[in-house]
Ligand binder design. Sequence first.
Ligand code: SF4
Length: 555
Amino acid sequence: MKEQALLGDEAVALGAIHAGLSSAYGYPGTPSTEIMEYLMEKAKSEGADALKARWCVNEKTALEAALGASFAGKRTMVTMKHVGLNVASDPFMNGALLGIKGGLVIAVADDPGMHSSQNEQDSRFYASFALVPCLEPRNQQEAYTMTREAFDLSERFRIPVLLRICTRLSHARSRIRTEAGRDRNPLSKTDNKTQWMLLPAYAKQNYISLIEKQAGLKEWSEAHSANKLELEGRDRSLGVITSGLGGNYYEENLDDFVKSRGGRIPARLHIGAYPLPEASIRRLCEKAERLIVIEEGQPVIEEKIRGILPHSITIDGKLGAAAMNRTGELDPDVVRRGLGLPERPSVLSAAVLPLATLPARPPQLCRGCPHADSYETVKKAVRELDGAGGHPNTALNSDIGCYALGALPPYSVPESIVCMGASVGMARGAAEAGLKYAIGIIGDSTFLHSGITALIDAIAADTPMTLIILDNSIVAMTGYQQTMLSSDKLRPLILGLGLKSEHLLELEAKKNLLEENTVKLKKEIEYRGLSVVIFKRECLEAFRKRRKAEANNEE
Ligand code: SF4
């Protein structure tokens, strides 16, 4: 047994390696990125033949690659952030019906509080929707052990397993104990191909088999050590259900809570493995008059148990009268309020750290960022075509990446940011709805991730719109991962889709070219067909990093 200090994400990666991982696929997204980065480092040291760890063009292709590896009998993992699971939802939902061969684990990092995301969705809903088991570690040690277990579980039930982690676990470091790894699975193709074909006749059978697996999964979850029911010597008139990180925040307040109740310790159930352990929930609530539910994310457990328990029990969680916050993250102070305890000084309160007196530091583009020069050009072109201010004839749809920060002053260019790739389809819709100047703004990596399919639609219809691709040659926002295609491949790719070559423009994103670039951009925006304008310049931070690495190599 060894000890090492790891981030939650790294603990997941190491757990997977020790479980005999053969391949991993993913798309970068905070807070999940470090799982794959750790795996890629290990793959480098082991040699690519031993372990394959690769970024993919999006989460859907990543999960599809993993399905192929599982089909061949190998243990495989997919990594993504919570909104990535929306992109991968097609193979995710259908993958649940397959007779998984090599263990398949889908590690999804949720971001309650939206530190770096466009929503707060809770991946446990997806697990329940797809009828697949879910493991929810509450600390780095569990992140390691549960990841190992997830592969065994996947092969035992022949089902994909979702591993749900959250920002505070992903990005906090703690010492963990690790054990010797197991060997990788040998190559051995699936023995039952009907379990891998979702033609209606087979899919019906596979769906029945998925339903039949549920009883076994429930038994597994009832007996799981992470689903811990504490009744002995407890005050059973009050039940507390905690899950994941919510368990830690509850324990941080437990001494005060017990004191406030005259020494009576409430009965408790901590949940770390799903499907929900319904029998344990019923036992917890046999004598309860009130139930408190503390869970990080959306009220997944609370909503389900409202359908399980008699109405005579008051349930206080995120939906009841004494609600803990319905949005944002939990922390010990939020749980404290939910337990009805008086406020206390905490590291988060002004009494200890006078946050209010610190200057506000809103996120912004780096000084010298190429996107800043591109946005100045877009702004000037739109102002000259459609006037300043509200520009009634123009739609400026942007996308997910560093350039989303261009929505803030001093640029204030994007008017919509929805999800990966949406800018292209939205520009098309706006153009076809009748707006004169419909513009989509997207980064090179996001374009490849999921903007390209909407561009094919627009090319087929020759929609009068302009797609602006901000090509900084890197996936900057998530930590400078390599884009799937180098910049020089963008032009032939787009021409290959059928765009007229005279309306594919490549401009250098530079301040001293503002006037010249504005004239060229305006011409394309005014063109009553489809045009694509690529603003090119390497991300400044990636450039600095690259130069430093080159200098180090020369030494
Ligand atoms: S990391 Fe790169 S792309 Fe992102 S804001 Fe900074 S310079 Fe611009």
